[in-house]
Design a protein around this ligand. Structure first.
Ligand code: HEC
Length: 211
């Protein structure tokens, strides 16, 4: 009997201790799991915050990059505008200068042409006179009164001098110059003859004598 009791007690003790051990394990395992869970939750939360912050930073960075790009684009556009304006102004100005130069060149060319022509005409007249051809001189200074070939009585008063001998004409013109030839209107002819040189008189005489 004593033996049975002892066994029972031993069994009881054994059972208790194993029960206690098991409950101890349960209470021990529970806080650890909680801590792990808490850590996991916190880690997840921190991860989420980090992710959010990263995303926000990314968005902000993108926004800044976009703004900078926009700003740069605006600067580029205004630079393009300004350089376009300058280019147009330069083009316009150089066109104006070209036009002015062209105009001026044309004017100078015209004037030169005109002057050259006048010189040529003057030389032609001069050489005609000095060559003894009084045609031009007679046309300019005498024909208005005496007719183109001396066929008229000047102012209805003079003799018709067309075809006169050269010597007769030279005598008459020199006489008017010196005041010892002529009729009622000799004063008028004196003023006409005053500016004539001997070459002019000879040329006029040669011209009239051949008419
Ligand atoms: C404004 C008109 C007029 C012009 C221009 C003129 N004459 Fe006369 N000429 C006269 C008259 C008028 C007489 C007559 C004068 C007189 O009473 O002697 C005359 C006379 C003469 C005579 C003498 C003829 C005569 O009746 O005895 C000769 C030669 C002559 N002229 C030549 C010339 C020549 C050459 C020129 C140009 C250089 C010229 N004349 C320009 C009006 C003109």
């Amino acid at each position: 009997m004593k033996y049975i009791i002892s066994l029972a007690a031993a069994l009881l003790l054994l059972g208790c201790s194993s029960e206690q051990k098991a409950s101890e394990e349960t209470t021990e395992a529970s806080p650890a799991a909680n801590i792990v869970e808490t850590i996991q939750t916190k880690t997840a939360e921190v991860g989420k915050h980090v992710e959010e912050a990263t995303q926000a930073a990314k968005e902000k960075t993108q926004k800044l990059v976009d703004e900078a790009a926009e700003g740069a684009k605006k600067v580029q556009e205004s630079v393009t505008d300004v350089s376009q304006n300058i280019t147009e102004e330069i083009a316009q100005t150089s066109q104006n200068i070209q036009d002015n130069v062209a105009d001026t060149t044309e004017k100078i060319a015209d004037e030169l042409k005109q002057t050259t022509q006048e010189i040529q005409e003057a030389v032609a007249t001069q050489s005609a006179v000095s060559e003894g051809d009084g045609t031009n001189l007679f046309k300019r200074k005498c024909a208005s009164c005496h007719g183109a070939t001396g066929e008229k009585a000047a102012l209805g008063k003079s003799q018709i001098i067309k075809g006169w001998e050269a010597g007769k004409i030279i005598t008459a013109l020199n006489g008017y110059k010196e005041g010892n030839y002529g009729g009622a209107m000799k004063g008028l002819m004196a003023s006409q003859a005053a500016s004539l040189s001997q070459d002019d008189i000879e040329a006029l005489a040669a011209f009239l004598s051949k008419q």
